[in-house]
Design a binder for this molecule. Sequence first.
Ligand code: NAP
Length: 291
Amino acid sequence: MRPDILVVGASGFVGGALLRAYGRRAIGTYWHSATPGLERLDMCDAAAVDALVDRLQPRIIIHPAAQPNVDRCESEIDESYRVNVTGTVNVARAARRTGARYLYFSTDYVFNGKVGPAPVDAPTDPLSVYGRHKLEAEVFIRENLDNYVIARTCGVFGFHPQGKNFIMALLDKGRRGEPMRVPSDQWGTPTYVDNLAQAVQELAELDFVGIAHPVGPDFLVRIEFARLAAEILGLDPSFLQATPTSQLGQAAARPVYGGVDNRSTQALLRTRLMSAREGLLAFKKDMEGRA
Ligand SMILES: NC(=O)c1ccc[n+]([C@@H]2O[C@H](COP(=O)([O-])OP(=O)(O)OC[C@H]3O[C@@H](n4cnc5c(N)ncnc54)[C@H](OP(=O)(O)O)[C@@H]3O)[C@@H](O)[C@H]2O)c1
């Protein structure tokens, strides 16, 4: 059977989980991280996007590709705009032109984090370059497409082959007993990556058009999430150093009471969005299976 799902950014963390979930039903792209079996694509090149989409004729395009390094975006503003806005517009236009359903990944960073998990219709007010550019892409999609889902997610955790995320770093440092500074005042809604992939697969097949919040139901401060992870992973939590944001020297402002409210999205889905504990237990099992 010809794959009818295209995952743009399948070499990344979330895209990789989507590709694992879809198996042969999907084809994916990479840009710098050469990956066997994936198509090479720079989404900033509109002609290349059009050529790939015309050749593959996907029924659904799922788009996790981005420059998601929030601190880098503060200084590399042009790069952030090129990837997070122009790149998205190129893929969204190709979806519209070919009649493909389009699922775009966005973020809780479109909010200012003053009030906690934001519902889908809460007013946006990004604090960072990354947040502003992700919002600009959202607005383009809302104004120009009629068959789309904007999937805002937050605090995604799970296996990453290169170990490049919070939970993989925590596991590594915890095993070595190396100190790890963890924000004591940044709140969010942690989301297990394989559960996210399953929810997004389901969203892709619904008639629903609009904004979805596929995230876990728990609203947790980062240090509490880290302590829960240490407990579940059997690590002595003394390596975790609770640190206020003001002492972390992060270039981009964070939405302190961040996260998004998943209730309207959960109501659409058969997939149950996992609590932080359930996700961490699934992560532990996944890691044991890989050992
Ligand atoms: N991870 C989280 O906690 C989190 C939270 C909220 C929202 N999100 C959103 O979720 C999405 C996925 O995040 P992630 O953590 O999976 O990011 P990631 O691991 O950094 O993956 C980014 C992907 O984008 C691709 N990419 C970058 N520039 C590209 C370009 N010019 N053309 C084509 N592809 C390009 C990368 O390809 P190469 O590596 O091959 O260059 C990679 O496959 C993003 O939209 C992010 O904003 C993530």
